[in-house]
Design a protein around this ligand. Sequence first.
Ligand code: FAD
Length: 454
Amino acid sequence: PTPAAAPNRLTITGAGLVGSLLALYLARRGYSVDVYERRPDPRRAGADSGRSINLALSDRGWRALEGVGIAEAVREVAIPMYGRVMHDAHGNLSQQPYGQPGQGIYSVSRGGLNRRLLELAEAEAGVRLFFGQQCLDVNLRQQELHLRDIETGQELHQPYQHLFGTDGAFSAVRSALQRTERFDYSQSYLEYGYKELTIAAAPDGGWVLEKHALHIWPRGSYMMIALPNLDGTFTCTLFFPFEGADSFASLQTPADVTEFFGRVFPDALPLMPELTDDFFHNPTSSLVTVKCFPWSLEGEALLLGDAAHAIVPFYGQGMNAGFEDCTVLDELMERHGADWQTVFREFQQLRKPNTDAVADLAVYNFVEMRDKVADPRFLLQKKIEGKISAQYPGQWTSLYSQVTFSHRPYAEAWANGQRQDAIMARLMKHIDTEADYDRPEVQAMVGKELERAG
Ligand code: FAD
């Protein structure tokens, strides 16, 4: 660490997905950047657990990667998923496209993406990465980080001029801000936890399920999902109650787990040879939403990514929203230069309503994924929506597409989606089959609704 904070030196805590991308954006604007990260360097052999964990990247994330010129390189190691494939309790499959033909979300390796961003950041002039450095606290008045070296236990105080807190859902920077005057803060946990499991590759290294899809086993009050990896495996995530009849608490032995999976996910069980090992070795993690405000203190400190707005994962938007933070911050730096006070103030004003909206959308989508996608009426409604959007191009874009395949602010997408939901509720009273859509009275209603919606 440096002895003192130089004037155009910026400091970041947390080199996760958002912190490593942010370092690149700041360095490209000519700043020297120091990044302090608690974990060891993930690029060193043996640094991660060896589990492949993936996540879905969509348009907002792609735009942010394009902004630093790395979208094409990431696309080469990403797997497009064009729709959902639902697996019912008898192993029957049904499908639902995500958007227009060719539109998809992309499965990327979390570790791979993070390592790539770190490599690029380090290659960039002026970015220095300090691993194994945990931020214990921040003295906001004296503008000093209190750091601890994870290996030696040595503690030190590091001055900063401008601090960017991208240290995730349990941010130490946010904890310091929480002790300032009139700071609003809330966190809420779902009664569900999650556990990552694996579907094995075929003997020839291929994929045993449709590769270009996100698989869902919706079971009403819980679900499992699976996203493809490049090595032929799928990373599954079981979202499951902590307590109750079917819950993490009720599955205590390998026999319990095998019996349960055989009963509720019968087509998946034979594809999961490591199931019981995974189940008892991988952690059961919790799902939290964090909302807070303000995200900044003067022009001196700013929260971004999960540190500012942690959301539950059901819209696949947490990282995408954090990446969009980088795009928006970069636009404000373009406009206001190094007037950090203005940049930080406008940033939080612009982003707060939108990240609140995506937090609510994410909770809403949990119900859709675990329950509604198994309901034929819901799937019929989605088909009818597809027909409306084909018949009235530009006038009807599904909520999912507005969130996933557009850059429309999340708050606008959410408000629009709620209006569309109300319209669909009225229309669906007159529709029992796909063919009903073409009935003259239904056509007239659709026309009138769209005219009214303007
Ligand atoms: P993080 O990725 O959490 O990084 C924070 C970094 O800060 C870490 O490296 C951590 O070690 C470090 N750190 C923490 N505390 C300290 C400290 N005190 N001092 C120094 N360093 C510290 N999003 C999507 O867009 N699509 C998806 O499909 C998706 N799926 C998800 C599935 C699950 C199960 C979960 C839980 C989340 C998912 N997300 C998804 C959300 C996504 O993971 C997060 O939004 C994203 O990782 C946020 O990035 P971040 O850099 O803000 O925080």
